[in-house]
Design a protein around this ligand. Structure first.
Ligand code: NAD
Ligand code: UD1
Length: 338
């Protein structure tokens, strides 16, 4: 297949490009490099032997999107990663988030319809569930009001695709990621947070390498076995693999009534302290951390029911928590060596 990967120089996109190329698919990336660098293309080339084509422009520019689709006849599908993703920033700049995440999706949907590119895989998030009433959370769980404009863009995007797909003939898979962490085993690509990280794993590895003084553990008074919050951490390479399977499924699917939704997690939750212990185990280091207040907006615990992805996509996460933290640490050390 020939696939447009929007946001393909970003964290999850770059790992998915590697997976697509290694399965023999051709990739064209569109990214405006607002949160990534063109150097990722060279790194992907080192891993796969092929540097994917990169076109640098902003997907909110409708004319550029139409022009792109006009020039790339024969695209089989789109994997749409490109979006802003910083929850806190979205509260400060809501319109930037609505514009970037929603207008880029609208432009892509219209261009796909016009050019008869009819397969779409979309990056959604478990944030749409809020704090679920029962765990593990299935795809049938009611969606809750978003806690941030970022979360709201994911919910609206899902609805937009569901509204447009039957009219346009587009078949779509919406993937709800739990907490992606880790890096490619080669340590040539990984997550590149700009400034102070918000997410747990980059904060842990940056503390261990000496870029940050100490990790704050946000709350140890939750109703969980060790008092810290629980998430379903999933290796980014396992996640990448699911996108390839989703696209391959769409290419074979004759009919689709409405977009299919899949949770992508491991099906197990780990607490913040368990993640720290795993990191200390694989790195042989003691992490400097302290317990602080809860972070506003955080939920207590969530983990996925992944049986649907397993039965329909034939997908299952295979990496252990230690493999995830080890790969994240190897990536941090690689960055420090550059
Ligand atoms: P990322 O920031 O590393 O990658 C996104 C890429 O999109 C970046 O390279 C950025 O430059 C590009 N981009 C953003 N807006 C663009 C625009 N208007 N035009 C062209 N390019 C644009 O993020 P990621 O972690 O790889 O996330 C990928 C997708 O997965 C996002 O949609 C994100 O919301 C979603 N997601 C991520 C997580 C996570 O924890 N990383 C969890 C759930 C969902
Ligand atoms: C965050 C986003 C969510 C997004 C997800 C993507 C918020 C409120 N939610 O989820 O919308 O889909 O990232 O991965 O930002 N923690 C610490 N100290 C830190 C950082 C985090 O203790 O310095 C804790 C958090 O309280 C949480 C866990 O680690 O319990 C994971 O945090 P994080 O990596 O930010 O992910 P989420 O909050 O689950």
């Amino acid at each position: 297949m020939k696939i447009l990967v929007s946001g393909g120089t970003g964290y999850i996109g770059s790992h998915t490009v590697v997976e697509l190329q290694q399965k023999g698919h051709e990739v064209v990336i569109v990214d405006n490099l607002c949160n990534s660098s063109a150097g990722v293309i060279r790194q992907i080339g080192k891993i796969t032997g092929t540097e994917p084509l990169l076109e640098v422009f902003d997907l909110t520019d409708r004319h550029r999107v139409e022009d792109f689709f006009g020039r790339h006849a024969g695209l089989d599908g789109v994997i749409h990663f490109a979006a802003f993703k910083a929850v806190g920033e979205s509260v400060q700049k809501p319109l930037d988030y609505y514009r970037n995440n929603l207008v880029s999706l609208m432009n892509i949907l219209e261009a796909m319809h016009q050019q008869r590119v009819l397969h779409l895989v979309f990056s959604s998030s478990c944030t749409v569930y809020g704090q679920p009433e029962s765990l593990p959370v299935t795809e049938e769980a009611p969606l809750q009001k978003a806690l941030s404009p970022y979360g709201n863009t994911k919910r609206i995007s899902e609805e937009m695709i569901a509204d447009y797909a039957p009219l346009s003939g587009i078949k779509a898979v919406l993937l709800r990621y739990f907490n992606p962490i880790g890096a490619h085993p080669s340590a040539l690509i990984g997550e590149l947070p700009l400034g102070e990280p918000n997410n747990l794993l980059p904060y842990i590895t940056q503390t261990a390498i000496g870029k940050r003084a100490a990790l704050s553990v946000f709350g140890a008074d939750y109703n969980t076995p060790d008092g810290t919050a629980i998430r379903d951490y999933i290796h980014v390479c396992d996640l990448a693999n699911a996108h390839v399977l989703a696209m391959e499924r769409l290419s074979k699917l004759q009919q689709q009534q409405k977009p299919e939704v899949f949770n992508l997690g491991t099906g197990h939750g780990n607490s913040v302290l368990e993640v720290i212990q795993s990191f200390e185990r694989v790195s042989g280091l003691k992490l400097n951390y302290r317990i602080t207040d809860r972070r506003p907006g955080d939920i207590e615990q969530v983990w996925a029911d992944v049986s649907l992805a397993e039965s329909v996509l034939g997908w299952k996460a295979v990496s252990s928590l230690d493999e995830m933290t080890r790969s994240a640490w190897n990536w941090e050390k690689y960055l420090a060596s550059q």
